[in-house]
Design a protein around this ligand. Structure first.
Ligand SMILES: Nc1ncnc2c1ncn2[C@@H]1O[C@H](COP(=O)(O)OP(=O)(O)O)[C@@H](O)[C@H]1O
Ligand SMILES: [Mg+2]
Length: 160
């Protein structure tokens, strides 16, 4: 079966932030399960920009940048906990265990993981994968769901 997917063009950085905001708006009911988003794409593609738009929409203020050295940055807004993960500097997939990502596989939690491929099979699987690619000076993105909660996010996303 082919998972549902969506293709978007992102003419500028504001559009990439907007994508993150739209993803936040489309989050399904998380009272029974958490949600995992993988962000893939080359260095500088716009993964962090997208996460920033997502967290801002949920009301996170202040500077939002990649947790390049700590690898995980948690944010709490009301009942929701989001953890922004950047695995670019992960040396070995075995280090994933120490990051305690499993703690976030719980109701009212969202994991946003940049460079999930660096963690090989140790990374929590995606409900939704966002791939951002260079398109000249601009970018394009693909969204693909990998679970039923991921599919409900995409349904809400297109209905917005
Ligand atoms: N759609 C876009 N078009 C042009 N520039 C973009 C777009 N989205 C993001 N950028 C810019 O790309 C740069 C790198 O973005 P960043 O989110 O840090 O990338 P990554 O986390 O994938 O390494 C930033 O300067 C950002 O403003
Ligand atoms: Mg980044």
């Amino acid at each position: 079966m082919r998972e549902p997917h969506i293709r978007l063009s992102l003419p500028d950085a504001a559009a990439t932030e907007g994508l993150g905001a739209r993803l936040a708006d489309a989050l399904p009911d998380l009272s029974r399960s958490g949600f995992v988003i993988h962000l893939q794409g080359e260095l500088g593609a716009g993964k962090t920009t997208c996460v920033r738009g997502f967290l801002r929409r949920l009301g996170v203020a202040g500077i939002i940048r990649s947790p390049t050295y700590t690898l995980v940055e948690p944010y709490t807004r009301g009942v929701l906990t989001c953890a922004h993960v950047d695995l670019y500097r992960l040396r070995h997939p075995s280090e994933i265990e120490e990051l305690g990502l499993r703690e976030y596989l719980a109701p009212h939690c969202v994991l946003l993981i940049e460079w999930p491929d660096k963690g090989a099979g140790q990374v929590p699987p995606a409900d939704l994968a966002a791939v951002i690619d260079y398109d000249g000076e601009a970018r394009r993105a693909w969204l693909r769901s990998h679970s039923s909660v991921g599919a409900s996010l995409l349904e809400r996303f297109v209905a917005q």
